[in-house]
Design a protein around this ligand. Structure first.
Ligand code: NAD
Length: 290
């Protein structure tokens, strides 16, 4: 079994971005600038946004964090996005999800200019993704593909089972894996909460992407020998032994599944770090459009 090491791969992506940036700047290119909007004080969202901002600084990107009150109304949030759309120095805009219940996420995502949609959630980005056209690919599925590519994992003709059909992870991951690209060219089965024979399907899978948000869901009896397992899950579970009071758990029962796998991502240290690296790549590419 080999670990798919998100720390190592994301660092190599960041190093290469840093090098490209230094070279581009010597030729007068602008510094990529990411704007992140955080509404409210959700603990996990705070952590994710802080990490995105920190990673921008690490590689020499600019970032602007806009914090808005939990109680903000939709119109004010839309105004804030439109200001960023109009600001020529801003290359990428992300609105950290989830948003408070009174705000319609779909409506908000639609306001982001597609040319600055570095999270790849805008319908135009998703439409292009489905058609195989160049676009911003949402960061988590993009990060998964970069990971598979880095380790030269053969995907052509393989059966991939994706568990979870969310617009931000499962569904785009299923599309990317099925595209006529490398990595890609898989036969994909997209499973969800109404899938009846999940265990049987998983047992047929050469590659499993677990993205459902249920800690330890994928157990060893659901995985065939030598499968590649990508664990997207990030759930905070209470853990008195930790200073923070919680531990981060993935969707895979890692201890028992790992010995059966050819490759597996750890949690933490896997897909989460790749997501940030992919976001930085999208931001860099957005800055090149200028
Ligand atoms: P979501 O809640 O939007 O979607 C979960 C999906 O899982 C749904 O499509 C649902 O049908 C499916 N599902 C739920 N229970 C199931 C079951 N018993 N069997 C089969 N399918 C089932 O979640 P999401 O936003 O896609 O996130 C999934 C997980 O990935 C969460 O733990 C989230 O925190 C994590 N996540 C991680 C990253 C990262 O960077 N690593 C990024 C985004 C999300």
């Amino acid at each position: 079994m080999q670990l798919l090491d998100g720390k190592l791969v994301s660092q190599s992506i960041k190093d290469s971005l840093k090098t490209k940036l230094i070279e581009a700047q010597s030729k007068g290119a602008k510094i990529p600038h990411l704007a992140a909007i955080l509404v409210g004080n959700n603990g996990a969202s705070e952590t994710y946004v802080a990490s995105k901002v920190k990673n921008c600084a690490e590689i020499g990107f600019k970032s602007t964090l806009i914090r808005l009150e939990e109680s903000i109304d939709e119109e004010k949030l839309i105004d804030a996005i439109q200001q960023l759309n109009a600001d020529n120095d801003i290359d990428g805009i992300l609105v950290q999800l989830p948003l408070p219940k009174h705000i319609n996420e779909e409506k908000i995502i639609n306001v982001i200019h597609p040319g600055k949609d570095v999270d790849g959630f805008h319908p135009i980005s998703v439409g292009k993704l489905v058609q195989g056209l160049p676009t911003f690919v949402s960061a988590t599925p993009y990060g998964i593909m970069l990971m598979l590519e880095h380790y030269n994992i053969e995907t052509k003709g393989k059966h991939a089972v994706v568990i979870g059909r969310s617009n931000i992870v499962g569904r785009p991951a299923s599309i990317l894996l099925s595209r006529n690209t490398n990595p890609g060219n898989c036969t994909v089965t997209l499973c969800h909460s109404h899938t009846k024979n999940l265990k049987e399907l998983c047992l047929q899978a050469d590659i499993i992407v677990a993205a459902l948000g249920k800690p330890g869901f994928l157990t060893a009896d659901m995985v065939k020998e030598n499968a590649v397992v990508v664990d997207v899950g990030i759930t905070r579970v209470p853990d008195a032994a930790k200073k923070s009071g919680f531990a981060i758990k993935g969707d895979v029962d890692f201890a028992n599944v790992a010995p059966k796998c050819s490759y597996i991502t750890p949690v933490p240290g896997g897909v989460g770090l790749m997501t940030i690296a992919a976001l930085l790549m999208n931001t860099y590419n957005a800055s090149l459009q200028k």
